[in-house]
Design a protein around this ligand. Structure first.
Ligand SMILES: *Cc1c(COP(=O)(O)O)cnc(C)c1O
Length: 373
């Protein structure tokens, strides 16, 4: 059998997602004991202690299926977000919800819009659906406030008659770029009402206080909006896989029809709810990002690189030359950062904000390798 002849055509052209290298893999490859991972924007504090407590208590129920409706977590989310339970869709990570959205709104002949350098999952989800995409060129690297960020007027202009869905990451990964409230609101007033606009707020909780806003507040005004959030980043539960969207109840109803009946596992449901209410852990995590960002800003000043402004818990650094030598040298010394050549950014590296201890190790290694790369 020639599999390539049999596989769905849309699947043929897909290149798989490239995750950050796991710590254990680098340890295995190089026989290293001390490895620092700054590659997947994970919370360096580890999970919330309240979530851990819940996990332990939940383990004895693992022979049972999870609550397929996610009742308790949705109740908690609806009270915190001031929305109705019927507006919430839970997913196996927000990645799951992004894929459900593509499945629900796109098929062969349809069209989607997202930005160059936007989160890679939009591209994957759209490709799998068989729909076409316009990848809108990003803002220039020397844009004063949003280098490599989303060009909203150009995204608006890319909307066609068959455009069903448009993805925006705010802040975006891997660029860290952020769209201020008035700009995004103005954009939404201009998008045709039949186009679903997905605002991916995976890093919402990390936004600086004076910039912070959520598109969730606009749902009643723009029923075509879908906001996705995750427990993988500030809530420190990346390994459990849980995220959600908030939308109109109508959209949520359709997503609910196509999701797997038990798409969120029982431990994830319990831990997410506990983390949601652990405000001490969340503010500690946010402070840690602020301190780490400042630390890197100071420490990296004398290196031949540029740091792009970021509202996420990571920075994108521009090395102004191919990044693979830097990346290899860092790996050799036990530091895992994220190359972003797959995003079309071969001269950049993305570095997650770890603990000061991890970041100081990173800077120490940079000092060691800078003359050799
Ligand atoms: C990390 C990330 C996600 C979340 O992925 P999960 O599937 O929830 O772990 C979604 N969007 C962006 C932009 C991200 O960086």
């Amino acid at each position: 059998m020639d599999v390539s002849q049999q596989v769905v055509q849309a699947v043929q052209g897909i290149h798989p997602y490239q995750p950050g290298k796991p710590i254990s893999e680098l340890q295995r490859e190089l026989g290293l004991t001390h490895v620092v991972k700054l590659a997947s924007n994970e919370n360096p504090l580890g999970p919330s202690p309240k979530a851990l407590e819940k996990l332990i208590s939940g383990m004895s129920d693992l022979a049972r299926y999870p609550d397929g409706s996610g009742f308790a977590l949705k109740q908690s989310l609806s009270s915190i977000l001031s929305c109705d339970v019927s507006q919430i869709t839970l997913g196996n990570g927000s990645n799951d919800v992004l894929v459900l959205l593509a499945e629900a709104f796109l098929t062969l002949g349809d069209h989607a819009v997202y930005s160059q350098y936007a989160f890679a999952v939009y591209h994957l989800a759209v490709q799998a659906s068989g729909a076409r995409a316009s990848v809108v060129p990003a803002l220039s690297a020397d844009h004063p406030t949003s280098p490599l960020g989303h060009d909203l007027p150009a995204m608006l202009a890319a909307i066609e008659e068959n455009t069903k869905i448009l993805f925006i990451a705010n802040p975006n990964n891997p660029t860290g770029s952020f769209i201020p409230r008035s700009e995004l609101q103005d954009f939404l007033t201009k998008v045709p009402e039949q186009v679903v606009v997905v605002i991916d707020e995976a890093y919402f909780e990390y936004l600086a206080d004076d910039l912070s806003y959520s598109a969730i507040d606009w749902l009643s005004r723009f029923p075509n909006l879908v906001i996705t959030r995750t427990f993988s980043k500030i809530y420190g539960l990346a390994g459990l896989r849980v995220g959600y969207s908030v939308s109109s109840a109508d959209i949520a109803d359709y997503l609910n029809r196509i999701r797997q009946p038990f798409n969120v596992n029982s431990l994830a449901l319990l831990a997410a709810e506990a983390a949601l209410f652990d405000s001490e852990y969340v503010s500690q995590s946010k402070q840690m990002k602020i301190d780490g960002m400042k630390y890197l800003d100071d420490q990296l000043q004398n290196f031949p690189l540029t740091i792009l402004p970021s509202q996420g818990n990571f920075i994108l650094i521009d090395l102004n030359k191919d990044a693979s030598q830097w990346n290899q040298s860092l790996l050799q010394k036990g530091v895992i950062v994220r190359p972003v050549g797959n995003y079309g950014l071969p001269q950049h590296l993305r570095v997650s904000i770890g603990t000061i201890e991890e970041l100081s190790y990173f800077c120490e290694i940079l000092t060691q390798i800078v003359d050799t790369v």
